[in-house]
Write a protein that binds this ligand. Structure first.
Ligand SMILES: Cc1cc2nc3c(=O)[nH]c(=O)nc-3n(C[C@H](O)[C@H](O)[C@H](O)COP(=O)(O)OP(=O)(O)OC[C@H]3O[C@@H](n4cnc5c(N)ncnc54)[C@H](O)[C@@H]3O)c2cc1C
Length: 236
């Protein structure tokens, strides 16, 4: 599927957390994509000399459902996120899609571990809700989402509803009431120790570059081969 240009109409806007919003849209012509791929949105006139910019956003909904859903963390003074945060139902924007090779590649006999920070959970939501994933369920799926505070957690219901997926939120600065794991996704993964099937698992990492580097260092220590690790870096 080669990326082509789409005119998109916003169908809904809502805040999912204090800093992350969800925008849904309908493309004006059929948009085919694989779970885990992203759209490249045109940010009009926001570049040097009034040129357009492009920003990438993973699709958070599965290929089989419409409207298409995005979840976007607002970045202070960021041209892309501030443009998108102003769009409301009926507004239109331009995008090119689909892009990316960060898709679920089933491997017989292997478990799967999805690891995200923040909005890096978007492609994993698309994957686990997709028909492709249901048709090629791993024996075990672990999904880790790391955020700073409880109110930054995203899409908890989506993962609860998928049979066989163990979803673990990890929080670095939780409130005193938090009874879940305190620390980073890396800390949680390390805590699994020798009981975890390190080499029998395929890893999908998405979010900030520092987390991805740390996890890859840990996986190398555990003897995990590079071809078992897939990554999508949102920013460094
Ligand atoms: C393949 C791909 C998929 C992506 N999918 C998503 C997505 O689904 N949701 C999403 O929110 N972002 C996603 N991003 C990041 C997105 O493309 C933009 O970089 C981000 O929205 C900032 O754009 P901006 O123009 O507002 O700010 P910019 O001026 O481009 O960014 C300013 C700075 O903000 C930091 N930054 C960027 N993204 C974040 C973030 N999420 N959290 C904290 N700091 C950040 C970076 O250090 C960056 O240098 C994705 C990036 C890639 C490469």
């Amino acid at each position: 599927m080669r990326p082509i240009e789409y005119q998109c109409t916003v169908t809904s806007f809502r805040w999912l957390t204090p800093t992350v919003f969800e925008t849904t849209f309908e493309p004006q012509k059929p948009l085919e994509f694989k779970a885990g791929q992203f759209v490249s949105i045109v940010i009009p006139g926001a570049g040097p000399g009034g040129r357009d910019l492009r920003r990438a956003y993973s699709i958070a909904s599965p290929p089989e459902t419409r409207p298409v859903e995005l979840c976007i963390k607002i970045v202070e003074d960021g041209p892309g996120t501030n443009y998108l945060a102003k769009l409301r139902p009926g507004d239109t924007f331009r995008a090119f899609a689909p892009y990316g090779d960060f898709v679920y590649k089933p491997k017989p006999g292997k478990n799967v571990c999805f690891i995200a920070t923040g909005t890096g959970i978007a492609p994993f939501r698309s994957m686990v809700l997709s028909e492709h994933f249901s048709a090629h369920l791993p024996a075990q799926t672990l999904c880790l989402l790391g955020v700073r505070k409880e109110d930054e957690l995203l899409y908890l219901d989506a993962f609860d509803s998928v049979a066989g997926v163990k979803f673990v939120p990890t929080i670095t600065q939780p409130s005193p009431e938090w009874t879940g794991f305190k620390g980073r996704v890396t800390d949680y993964l390390r805590s699994l120790g020798a009981d975890f099937n390190w080499v029998g698992t395929d890893y999908y990492l998405c979010g900030n570059g520092a987390m991805i580097t740390e996890i890859k260092t840990l996986l190398a220590e555990k003897g995990v081969q590079k071809d078992s690790i897939h990554q999508e870096i949102y920013y460094r």
